[in-house]
Design a protein around this ligand. Structure first.
Ligand code: ADP
Ligand code: MG
Length: 604
């Protein structure tokens, strides 16, 4: 059985039971659907994207108030007088989405720059302010709210009854889950998954992470606004209370309890919290002999318990149990049909052409000069090695020439273009591929998925196309290209394996495959042979030689001298940030300063 079959079974069961359920159960299901619509946005934003928001309730409010205003205000009636009344709610929806997108984009542009705990604090701030704005605007009825909101109608058909409106709610929820699932399993989805823990890495693969963060933020806000729109037409009445910070925390709670990284976790979380709230609101006042919102305290304790016991929420526990019945799609099936679309191809420059030039690159960290006027040129079709003792400044130099950091002084040019001040994704765009000394992979994702991120820039399908599965041919081509590089690097047997479960040496090779998937003109490798066994080093050397034959420029930092001396065409030696020697392996090995730097020890 596939996961798809399970989802279909769930939908069929829900549909079959729908007309038989008690009105009370239907109302409860409507609320669960509304909450899940918000929570699923939070799963994307917080669980997948790593941005915590306590303020989603405010976006629900925007969606609700927009339609409430359109449907009841005399001003709106004046403007829209020529239209039938039944159209107003739909105009309310459009207005709600527009206003929400605009406000979310503006808020995101300000708050998403905040790092660490400041982002959640920022969301609390705007969650509170939007609540008070709703309460203090007289056109929105102040804290009393707006009454007499009409029910939804579609082609003259009234959706007043929860049993009818519920169908729309759940249809929209399932549609959202379908679209988000598609998005997560696409080229853009790989970039989104990297936002949480791999931003620096993703930028080096050519991903504009700031842009993806804003888009994700707006997407989550839009889902909340749709929920608010439905809510307003279900309640037929809005006031600021359901959009306050408390409820914002509850939404986050649903996403976290359900399973912050899993779309269906939102449905699970919304169900559990809604049912629990029902029970607690009855039971707690009786138990405690006083009335009040005591359930908030119970929720808080419960959240602590879940985070202690099942940090990823409850969905993975359930999914682990279901996995016994579900088959995953193997990589080779995803790759099938990869020939239909051509990915972007790069014309490699002729051998001998200068690809990268560092001119007097200097980097100071406070008092420390990590790079001191380092000159280097790397040409197409050559392997250039950068060696030096620990702390000599090799990794710092890599960061200078790959756009991760800017030199304090001096200049770097790539393909003849001056690159000072350009972000690393523009280096990637010009053909620079790199690996990291401290491996940066998405550990829980498969090797195939990790390598495919390297080909990000070679595809073009965006978020909407991915959601609607219009990207399938391109996605197959991206995966096929990733698979080619995986096989070429000798990792074919582990393509479906989670990257973190490989030995560290192999993870380094995965990083090389990822860099190759971007079809680079120059490859920067920071200690690629560390952790490899002898035979693995030999096959790595063979691969690098083959890449050199194909015309790549390769710059490698490596401690294994035997590996370097047998492989490199030219070597630059760094000590205390300064170049102390430069030349062929034979020249460098004979250099007195180099021998002194290495104490004559391991230069053999
Ligand atoms: P290598 O890769 O050759 O071992 P690095 O480039 O990592 O050396 O480090 C060179 C020197 O710069 C070291 O003394 C290191 O402590 C220092 N250094 C590196 N990065 C930073 C940083 N972000 N802030 C302060 N000092 C740094
Ligand atoms: Mg280093």
């Amino acid at each position: 059985m596939k996961q798809r079959h399970l989802v279909i079974a769930f939908i069929v069961a829900l549909a079959a039971a729908w007309s038989l359920l008690q009105p009370f159960t239907i109302t409860l299901l409507c609320y669960i659907g509304l909450y899940a619509l918000v929570a699923v946005g939070l799963v994307m934003l917080t669980g997948v994207g790593g941005m915590t928001s306590f303020g989603q309730a405010a976006f629900v409010g925007l969606g609700a108030y927009a339609t409430a205003w359109i449907c009841t205000s005399p001003t709106a009636a004046e403007w829209l007088g020529f239209l039938p009344k039944g159209v107003y709610p739909w105009i309310g929806l459009v207005l709600g989405l527009l206003v929400t997108a605009l406000i979310a984009w503006a808020l995101g542009a300000v708050t998403l720059r905040l790092s660490g705990h400041y982002l959640p604090l920022g969301t609390i701030a705007w969650g509170l302010s939007l609540y008070y704005i709703f309460g203090n605007l007289q056109t929105l009825g102040g804290f009393t709210g707006i009454t007499d909101i009409p029910p939804l109608t579609l082609f003259g058909f009234s959706m007043e009854s929860p049993r009818v409106l519920g169908v729309l709610i759940w249809a929209l929820l399932l549609l959202a889950i379908w679209a988000l699932h598609n998005l997560l399993h696409s080229r853009e989805g790989r970039a989104i998954r990297a936002l949480k823990s791999g931003r620096l890495m993703a930028e080096s693969m050519g991903v504009d992470t700031a842009r993806h963060r804003i888009k994700l933020f707006v997407l989550a806000a839009l889902l909340a606004a749709v929920s608010g729109w439905l809510y307003a037409h279900m309640q037929r009445f809005v006031n600021p209370t359901p959009f306050n910070l408390n409820i914002g925390i509850e939404y986050l709670f649903m996403a976290v309890v359900g399973g912050a990284g899993y779309l269906w976790g939102a449905v699970l979380g919304a169900t559990l919290i809604t049912l629990l709230k029902e029970e607690l609101q009855d039971a707690l006042p009786k138990l405690l002999g006083a009335s009040g919102n005591f359930e908030v305290i119970v929720f808080g304790l419960l959240m602590l318990l879940v985070l202690q016991r099942a940090a990823d929420g409850l969905w993975p526990v359930l999914a682990g149990w279901m996995r016994r019945f579900i088959q995953a799609e193997p990589a080779h099936k995803l790759v099938a049909g990869g020939g239909a679309v051509q990915l972007d191809q790069r014309q490699l420059p002729p051998a001998g052409q200068e690809i990268l030039k560092a001119d007097k690159v200097t980097k100071r960290f406070a008092g420390l000069v990590a790079n001191n006027e380092v000159d280097m040129t790397v040409k197409a079709g050559e392997i250039h090695a950068l060696i030096g003792p620990n702390g000599a400044g090799k990794s710092t130099f890599f960061n200078m020439i790959s756009g991760v950091d800017d030199p304090t002084d001096g200049s770097v040019s790539l393909m003849g273009k001056p690159m000072r001040g350009h972000p690393s994704r523009e280096f990637a765009a010009l053909g620079l591929g790199r690996t990291f000394q401290h491996v940066r992979l998405l550990g829980e994702r498969s090797v195939l998925d990790n390598v495919a991120l390297g080909a990000h820039r070679r595809g073009h399908r965006g978020w909407v196309a991915s959601m609607l599965r219009l990207d399938r041919a391109e996605e197959a081509a991206v995966l096929a290209e990733a698979m080619r590089q995986i096989e070429r690097c000798g990792l074919g047997a582990v393509a479906d394996t989670a990257a973190a479960s490989l030995p560290l040496g192999q993870q380094r090779i995965v990083e090389i495959a990822r860099a190759l998937a971007g079809q680079p003109a120059i490859l920067l490798l920071d200690e690629p042979a560390a952790g490899l066994r002898h035979l693995e080093k030999q096959s790595l050397a063979a691969l690098l030689r083959q890449l050199r034959e194909e015309g790549l420029a390769i710059l490698v930092v490596e401690h294994d001298m035997e590996f370097v001396m047998n492989l490199a065409d030219r070597i630059t030696v760094l000590e205390f940030g300064t170049v102390i020697a430069h030349g062929t392996p034979a020249e460098v090995q004979a250099d007195a300063r180099v021998i002194a730097a290495y104490l004559g020890g391991d230069m053999a």
